[in-house]
Each structure stands twice: as C-alpha cells, then as structure tokens.
Design a protein around this ligand. Structure first.
Ligand SMILES: [Zn+2]
Length: 190
C-alpha cells in the first residue's frame, strides 16, 4: 500500500447517491507524506502553489460493494490547503475569496493546536517523571507527631499507589472526545 495524505473536509462532504457524510479524503496528489491536513495547513510537498485540483472521493454505499467516484475540488493558495468545493466553478470562486482574515484564523488555529499539544506533553511528562520519582524514592511514612514532608508531585496518591500506575497515567492524559475528533483518527474517508 502506497503512502497517501489525508485531508479534513470542512465542511463535510455528503455523498449525492447515498447521503453518507465524509469527514476526510485520502489523496495521492499532495506529496504522499502520510500527513493530515486541515483547512489552513501548509503543505510542505505541495506540487500546486496556487490553483485548484480535481480529486476523487470514493463512497462505498451501504449494503453494496460499489464505491463510485465523486469529484471534490481542492483549493490551494500559496501552498496552503484552503478548503474544497463540489465543482470547478465554486472552487475557482473560493480561491479568489481567500484573504488576510482567513490567514489570521488559520494562524490562530495552528498556534492554539501547537500550544494544546505542548501543554499535554508537559502534563504527561510531569506525570511520568513523578511516577519514576516515586518508584526510585518510595515515600517514607510520616513519623508520628511530625509534619509530613512537603509533596511536590502533581501525581495523586491513588495513581502511584495503584497496581498499574502507568495505565492510570494514560487514562488521565487521554484525549477527550472533542480532542479525539479534532485529531482526525476516526475516519479514513470511506
Ligand atoms: Zn455514497
């Protein structure tokens, strides 16, 4: 199986035959780097700098083995994926309408996404670092009559005291349903 890229369709694409909603589209036209692009993403290996590109979406209709091809037109603006359109004319119109406000929105989305992943990484790293610290330096029970030593860990006692602390750490750092949806792991365009 050769590599492909995944485009997030925003708005979603509805099959004109069976009504199925498609949230993503696989393409071999944008460099095949196994990347996921959403509106506003810079496409590193994009062969089209500025223009529109005809792509095909295959919808496997419910209850059949048929997967007829339907056209989706991609809009590419200075190497950025700027969305999709159902036909050539509306793709041309969408390309002509891209402006600086779109750029600001895309920039904000990209920075928010990067900040969110950085903070998730830091939280997960801190949890694992705390767990390693507890494993290597098990807490000494407090001596009666003396104040317990200050705990600098963010990891709650019930996590490191659990029989399987790593599973608890994975659970508390798991993506929320909304984050899961945004990360586009759910659908591959069929
Ligand atoms: Zn269909």
């Amino acid at each position: 199986m050769s590599l492909f890229d995944t485009l997030v369709l925003d708005p979603t694409f509805t099959c004109s035959v069976c009504g199925k909603t498609h949230t993503t589209l696989q393409t071999h036209s944008l460099g095949d780097s196994f990347a996921t692009y959403r509106k506003g993403s810079f496409i590193r290996c994009c062969p089209v700098h500025y223009g529109i590109l005809r792509e095909a979406l295959y919808c496997r209709h419910e209850g059949t083995d048929e997967a007829p091809k339907q056209e989706v037109w991609l809009v590419l603006w200075h190497g950025i994926y700027a969305g999709h359109a159902p036909d050539e004319e509306s793709a041309k119109a969408a390309l002509a309408k891209v402006d600086r406000l779109d750029l600001i929105r895309w920039l904000e989305a990209a920075q928010s996404d990067a900040q969110s992943w950085q903070s998730r990484y830091r939280r997960l790293f801190r949890d694992l670092d705390d767990w390693k610290d507890v494993r290597d330096n098990p807490p000494v029970p407090p001596i009666e009559g003396q104040r317990a030593p200050w705990n600098f860990r963010q990891l709650p006692d019930e996590v490191w005291q659990d029989a399987d602390p790593l599973s608890r750490i994975i659970e508390r750092n798991a993506l929320s349903a909304e984050e899961e949806k945004a990360s586009v792991r759910d659908s591959w365009g069929w």
